[in-house]
Design a protein around this ligand. Structure first.
Ligand code: GAR
Length: 196
């Protein structure tokens, strides 16, 4: 059984979908939800689903990302996951931390059709560019932000009159279908590209 830790920063709707899917014949189980924000709404949701939920506040560490990551590594080591899923985790991880989870053992979901729009404000950028299509991407995390090997992409239309908020909610629905589907495949040893 593959052990999965999920890292979040906020409401954790993707995290909830991943946990809900990891039941029955699913080849993975959630062992930890970890947030950099003790106020993250997702922590209570994880606990209510019976998954240990912890926070390591990044703020006392200031700019010392490596010290924050060392603190983050303590509960991670205790939970001993095989795979980390970043799900709305909004801290940039150092190459050193990423290297400890190399070989595709850390996944991320990003709200754009990578390689388009890495970083922030993806939906506003897609609208400003006049794109007729948007979506989300699940990829392996590498040292370069939002640019690791792509495992899955889901597309949605950009509709006339869309704002960043209306597009974000349409993309988020696609995220909720894509991330569990990709995790199920990865946990089964299938890393071929999933597209819908
Ligand atoms: C999701 O849209 C996810 O793709 C995005 O944050 C949101 C988290 O929502 N992630 C990033 O932008 C990472 N750079 P959730 O907390 O409800 O899952």
């Amino acid at each position: 059984m593959m052990r999965v830790a999920i890292l979040i920063s906020g409401g954790g709707s993707n995290m909830v979908r991943l946990i809900e899917d990891m039941q029955g014949d699913h080849p993975a189980r959630p062992v930890l939800v970890l947030s950099n924000d003790p106020g993250a709404g997702g922590l209570a949701k994880a606990a209510a689903l019976g998954v240990p939920a912890k926070a390591v506040d990044h703020r006392p560490f200031g700019r010392d990302r490596a010290a924050f990551e060392a603190a983050l590594s303590v509960p991670l080591a205790e939970a001993s996951p095989d795979l980390i899923c970043l799900a709305g985790f909004m801290r940039i991880l150092t190459p050193g931390f990423v290297a400890r989870w190399d070989g595709g053992r850390m996944l991320n979901i990003h709200p754009s059709l990578l390689p388009l729009y890495p970083g922030l404000d993806t939906h506003a950028r897609a609208i400003a560019a006049g794109d007729t299509e948007a979506g989300c991407t699940v990829h392996e995390v590498t040292a370069d932000l939002d640019s690791g090997p792509i495992l899955g992409q889901a597309r949605v239309p950009v509709k006339p009159g869309d704002t960043a908020a209306t597009l974000a909610s349409r993309v988020l629905e696609a995220e909720h279908r894509l991330y569990p589907a990709v995790l199920r495949r990865v946990a089964s040893g299938n890393r071929s590209l999933l597209q819908f």
